[in-house]
Design a protein around this ligand. Structure first.
Ligand code: ASC
Length: 152
């Protein structure tokens, strides 16, 4: 009885402590799940950046409604990856360099820069000229982080 109670109390304390100390970890059962999640968000973003880029370069005709939809998706998706950079999720197929966990303030400022630029994309998508300009600023914010923290 006492041992069972003690085991229960220990398990509850551990679970409670883990939830308080590392809320993000609770969303992902394994490091691989966190990596999958954030890479999925980046994949969707890159796909829609590619669609906008094709219009900006004149490879595809400018379609304001499609551009608006892609811009809105990019703005939304750009909020998702960050909680999935869970501590220890740097192995395997993670594709990370430069230790974003050790440089958390710098990493966060790059996230904020990206989200700031993507938030301006939907409004910019009304004309090809404004879209081109804001796509350039957004792409530069992608690249600033990739140069430091994306392995390839
Ligand atoms: C994209 C895309 C990226 C960024 C980066 C900007 O469209 O897929 O990873 O922009 O290339 O330099």
């Amino acid at each position: 009885m006492h041992r069972k109670l003690a085991a229960f109390a220990t398990a509850a304390a551990l679970a409670g402590g883990a939830l308080v100390a590392t809320p993000a970890l609770a969303q992902f059962a394994k490091a691989e799940d966190a990596i999958d999640y954030r890479q999925s968000a980046f994949t969707v973003m890159a796909n829609h950046m590619g669609r906008l880029s094709a219009m900006a370069k004149g490879e595809k005709p400018f379609d304001a409604a499609a551009a608006q939809a892609s811009a809105q998706l990019i703005a939304t998706m750009s909020k998702l990856p960050w909680e999935a950079f869970t501590p220890g999720s740097d192995g395997g197929f993670a594709n990370v360099k430069g230790d974003p966990w050790k440089n958390a303030a710098d990493f966060k400022s790059l996230q904020d820069r990206l989200m700031g630029e993507t938030a301006k994309l939907p409004e910019s998508a009304g004309s090809l000229e404004t879209l081109r300009k804001q796509l350039g600023a957004t792409g530069a914010s992608c690249k600033a982080c990739h140069d430091k923290y994306r392995a390839q």
